[in-house]
Unconditional design. Structure first.
Length: 124
């Protein structure tokens, strides 16, 4: 689950999503991204660093310059893994052990039943 958190945090910023969409067209140098996005090189570099740390981007050196590209394999595996995570039985996920038990008890929880029926009683 930590890997999902890291990747989704990296994706959770509009400029980084713009960078990813632009790099889906073709790999680019920072100076190209700067020209296309109209933002400064230091800001772009900070976003690229976060995307690289999440393994969403790859970089390649060409002489003294670095160009960036999507890491399509990681993105595809992550999205498939996330869908598998969502479809799996919550009871089989160790980090959701307590939540799974609570879900099983929902239909017996008087506070929940009261809430669902529109009751105003305070459960405490």
């Amino acid at each position: 689950m930590d890997n999902f958190v890291k990747i989704f945090k990296a994706l959770g910023e509009p400029t980084r999503l713009r960078i990813l969409r632009i790099l889906s067209v073709r790999p680019m140098y920072v100076c190209e991204l700067e020209s296309v996005l109209g933002i400064s090189q230091p800001r772009i570099s900070q976003h690229l660093k976060i995307l690289k740390e999440a393994s969403i981007l790859r970089e390649s050196k060409e002489a003294q310059k670095t160009f960036y590209m999507l890491n399509g394999d990681i993105m595809a595996k992550t999205m498939q893994g996330f869908m598998d995570f969502l479809k799996s039985d919550i009871g089989d996920l160790p980090e959701f052990k307590e939540e799974s038990k609570r879900i099983e008890q929902l239909d017996k929880d008087c506070c929940v039943l009261n809430c669902k029926s529109g009751g105003k009683e305070n459960c405490g």
